[in-house]
Design a protein around this ligand. Sequence first.
Ligand SMILES: Cc1ncc(COP(=O)(O)O)c(C=O)c1O
Length: 405
Amino acid sequence: MSNTSTQPTVPVPAYGERTRELLTADERHRSGLFDPDVVFVRGDGANLYDADGRRYLDFMAGIAVASVGHANPRLAAALAEQAQRLIVCPQNLGNDTRTALSDALFEYVRPPLQRVFYSNSGTEANEAALKWARVATGRRRFVAMKRGFSGRTMGVLPLTWEPAYREPYAPHTVEVEFVTLNDADELRRAVTDDVAAVLLEPIQGESGINPATDEYLALARRLTRDAGALLVFDEIQTGVGRTGTFLASEPSGVTPDIVTLAKGLAGGVPIGATLMTEEVARSMPRGGHGTTFGGNPLAAAAGLAVLTEIRERDLMANAARMGARLVAGLQAIGSDRVRHVRGRGLMVGVELKEKVAPFIGALRTAGLLTISGGPNVVRLLPPLIVGEGDVDEAVGLFAEVLAAP
Ligand SMILES: Cc1ncc(COP(=O)(O)O)c(C=O)c1O
């Protein structure tokens, strides 16, 4: 078969009976945005089990969310304990668990970043970043990256590059200029003194694991400082240890004015966090932004459990080690269908010379869950707790599917 085939190379197996029943029942009410053809009913570490008891190795982790694995005992116990004590407590009221989460968070994220606003998702964390950038600078114009992904709500959508997501909702109320990641000249031209903020992902996830260079991050820092603009790092996908350091931007030595986190921070419980400097925080008047659920004790307990797991089990070192093993294993397959294997820690991309959608279907049929990053990249984002056995099994399944006729 040709390398550019758009057909799955491995046939999709017939559904089990329980899966078929559940999909039929689900179809009656779902929005129509998605068309699931698998039903998961439980998880365990890096494994997921479908309604008919079939095991899958989960190298998608809810798109970089299940950081400490499925059914993590510490996370489950923390949620149960907190649920029996207090679930609701908005941020205009103090809460012991939220304070403990902030203390734990700022053990990893150092000054001058020392203030945090909690929300419930990545897009909300970025919404807050945009609002703070506007009030802190008194400006309205943003610079974002081509192939960047910032979220889907109406305020943030204009900074998400993919035209298919963005254009149906134009015109937008946020003014944005897109520049090419790692193109210094384009950035120099764009960062004028009417810019509120430059927002970028240190490693672009949705578009296929594309890292910003350290020099580019440093240039963005210099240009924004000189122009009186803010620098915002969207670490929603890269953050919380996934790349082997707490923030993917850490090795660059560049400190932004705002960092946004979400996904892996609470291991699957909805959370968003907008971290900022004292100066940025102070620019917003009291009551200038808010949320009902953000910073609720249940999400805070989950976040605290995740950060405790990361510290006690040395999961950032594990992410670095397992990521290196995964990249080396994938490279060693040596298939001529593969153009490039790249990644840092457990944020790995395999660029194929063909469209990946059918290939990802074939991987799933073989028992390995992954997700695309743009049209040609298979993204692997396993839980940070994966072991050598999981990584080797994933590489074996990948090799098997690459070799399938
Ligand atoms: C870098 C980045 N920013 C923002 C978001 C939006 O997060 P959410 O889907 O939680 O709104 C995502 C989600 O994929 C992301 O990867």
